[in-house]
Design a protein around this ligand. Structure first.
Ligand SMILES: [Zn+2]
Length: 166
């Protein structure tokens, strides 16, 4: 197992200027000591979800093997709940951090008629003259409570389990 950087290293310390160290950065759906899952506030993509590692590290390889597995498992479980409840055409997983170098994953269910498909959600939006994208986001929004409930059911146990709260 890779050694964890010693406590007190600058990369681990809470960064006052970091957008993910202090603020929740979205509506918190599940909160555990080492991670949180938040709903991004995105009108075009109402189920856009983020899995945020609470400690200020930049890269997956900054985590030890156990934490890395935990984080990736969380991402995959969010994806699974999205597939089960929302039946998207595709799920986008992205960890960029170019603007906010604090480890987080975007988990975004996608549909062929959503506002940006087939581009990334940060890419060029399609012309929505037909109103298809608006109809799609409204349809996703209509199921969002169900999605949030399913996510919470899936993760409440994980948030409480010893493995995730050490
Ligand atoms: Zn941070």
């Amino acid at each position: 197992m890779a050694a964890k950087p010693p406590a007190g290293m600058p990369s681990i310390a809470r960064q006052a200027s970091c957008a993910l160290c202090g603020p929740d950065a979205g509506r918190v759906l599940v909160r555990a000591p080492r991670w949180r899952i938040v709903l991004a506030d995105d009108a075009d993509h109402p189920a856009f979800t983020r899995v945020i590692w609470n400690a200020h590290v930049a890269e997956m390889s900054d985590l030890d093997e156990t934490d890395r597995r935990t984080l990736f498992d969380l991402v995959v479980r969010v994806e699974s709940v999205q597939r089960e409840i929302l039946s998207p055409d595709k799920v986008n997983l992205a960890s960029l951090g170019n603007q906010v170098p604090h480890l987080h994953w975007h988990v975004v269910p996608r549909w062929r008629d959503d506002r940006h498909f087939p581009n990334a959600v940060w890419g060029t939006a399609r012309d929505d003259a037909q109103g298809q994208a608006a109809a799609r986001s409204a349809a996703v929004l209509a199921r969002r409570d169900e999605y949030v409930d399913a996510l919470r059911r899936c993760f409440d146990e994980a948030a409480r389990s010893a493995a995730d709260t050490r």
